[in-house]
Design a protein around this ligand. Structure first.
Ligand code: SF4
Length: 281
């Protein structure tokens, strides 16, 4: 990228992914975006954040990618849906950013997590970043909705120590209602990870009236248990921290008045996972 080289002036580090970021790649020519996606030599990031204790084992540095084909009704980062909202970042810049934290991550038994958005919208960049992280000797985690898992070869997956896999619903109709997409590719990826014995943490967002149906949670629990590689299930209560983003982006937010689930209801869903022999958090 010569004349059209991505701008590198925007601060990559953010206090949290809840900072609204838009249009950071709006001037990047379409061809450059295509080339970046194909090669993985550059990517598009909402931000880097540090100090996460919930995105993998230990303390994590997280890179948040832009681009997601799902449109989850409860998404708390809809500014990451469009690739063009992300900051154009060369692999060298992303690697150098991560490198600053390597010593601390090793001391704290943490690692690097790639989240989003959907990181596999930029699968080559993701693999390049994971490869760089492994060369630095740190633990790696991919946080994904799973629908583009077939973009990763078995050898790509060797660069990833744990997959944080969202299962958003079990019932096909409900999955489409919540995400706009089919569940089949997600489950196919989950089965493949099972056959590879790749460690997986399932993430299940509990949304009152949408995903709190006990029979649906039961089916997910049975499926996860049968895989044999699920180390834990994180039952995440729906919250409203991203509501302001929908408003700022001019998007219609259907969950405007929805309250987070009661703690005892979350515990009931956790119990269903535990009954299938899974650890929940
Ligand atoms: S998969 Fe994640 S980033 Fe994509 S729409 Fe759903 S919640 Fe948002």
């Amino acid at each position: 990228m010569s004349d059209n080289r991505p701008k590198q002036s925007v601060e990559l580090l953010a206090d949290s992914p809840y900072v609204l970021r838009t249009d950071n790649s709006k001037d990047v020519p379409e061809n450059n975006i295509k080339t970046a996606l194909a090669s993985g030599n550059s990517g598009f990031l909402h931000s880097f954040t540090t100090g996460s204790a919930v995105d993998g084992p230990g303390i994590r540095v997280v890179a948040w990618t832009s681009g997601c084909q799902f449109k989850c009704l409860y998404c708390h980062n809809p500014d990451t849906w469009k690739i063009r909202n992300g900051i154009p970042v060369t692999i060298e810049r992303a690697t150098a950013t991560l490198e600053k934290y390597v010593a601390g991550l090793k001391i704290m038994g943490g690692g690097f997590t790639l989240s989003g958005g959907e990181p596999l919208m930029q699968d080559r960049f993701a693999v390049n970043l994971f490869t760089a992280a492994k060369k630095m000797g740190i633990h790696t985690a991919l946080d994904t909705n799973g629908s583009l898992g077939n973009r990763l070869s078995d050898s790509d997956l060797e660069k990833i120590d744990v997959v944080l896999l969202d299962i958003k619903a079990w019932n096909e109709e409900n999955h489409k209602r919540i995400t706009g997409y089919q569940i089949a590719p997600v489950l196919e990826f989950a089965r493949r990870l099972g056959s590879l014995k790749k460690p997986v943490w399932i993430r299940f967002v509990m949304v009152p009236g949408y995903t709190d149906n006990p029979s649906e949670a039961k089916m997910i629990a049975k499926f996860a248990s049968d895989l044999g590689n699920v180390e834990r299930v994180d039952v995440l209560p729906f919250h409203q921290m991203g509501r302001f983003k929908w408003k700022e982006l001019g998007l219609r937010y259907k969950l405007e008045g929805l309250e987070p689930p009661a703690p005892e209801d979350v515990q009931k869903i956790c119990t269903q996972f535990r009954e299938e022999g899974l650890k929940t958090y």
